[in-house]
Design a protein around this ligand. Structure first.
Ligand code: RP5
Length: 171
């Protein structure tokens, strides 16, 4: 992507990409320039510190961080920057049942928030990042409104289909 990245997508391992790509795909759809890389809190702690502490001066506005198991990446990144950090808990090979990833990312101490999305909810992380960018960028806000209206139309179509079968939907 040619333009300077304003969203940073990071993940603890290459194995997280199967989930995290959905955030990237949504940002691509919204034409929001982003960067995507692997940064591990445990295996590359110095890289994590460099990434998080330089993020704002490099022009990023939001960071999306995904990790699984003992998922310390989003919280540690949030401790090193005042940019908003969106955390994606991943059900990885070292995760027991996903709750370990969720709680590691969600239960942050007061003063260091991570906006945590659902387990494997990378698309919502992309949407939330776009919504943050859309507070200042009118063209992104317009695209998001169109996206939300397609969501509405899909539901309308499905309840209309039920009604044509003679099955009454909720009032
Ligand atoms: C975490 O450990 C990563 O974010 C990944 O979800 C998990 C497993 O990593 P790999 O062993 O697949 O590299 O740090």
């Amino acid at each position: 992507m040619a333009d300077k990245a304003i969203v940073g997508i990071i993940m603890g391992s290459q194995s997280d990409l199967r989930v995290m790509r959905e955030a990237a795909e949504f940002l691509e759809e919204m034409k929001i320039p982003f960067e995507l890389t692997i940064v591990s809190a445990h295996r590359t702690p110095r890289r994590m510190m460099d990434y998080a502490s330089s993020a704002q001066s490099r022009g990023l506005s939001v960071i999306i961080a995904g990790a699984g198991g003992a998922a310390h990446l989003p919280g540690m990144v949030a401790s090193l920057t005042s940019l908003p950090v969106i955390g994606v808990p991943i059900k990885s090979s070292n995760s027991i049942d996903g709750w370990d990833s969720i709680l590691s990312i969600l239960q942050m101490p007061s003063g260091v928030p991570v906006a945590t999305v659902a387990l494997d909810g990378a698309k919502n992380a992309g949407i939330l990042a776009a919504q943050i960018i859309g507070t200042k960028d009118k063209s992104v806000a317009k695209k998001l409104n169109q996206f939300k209206s397609t969501l509405q139309k899909k539901v309308e179509k499905s309840f209309q289909e039920l009604e044509t079968k003679g099955w009454k939907g909720t009032q």
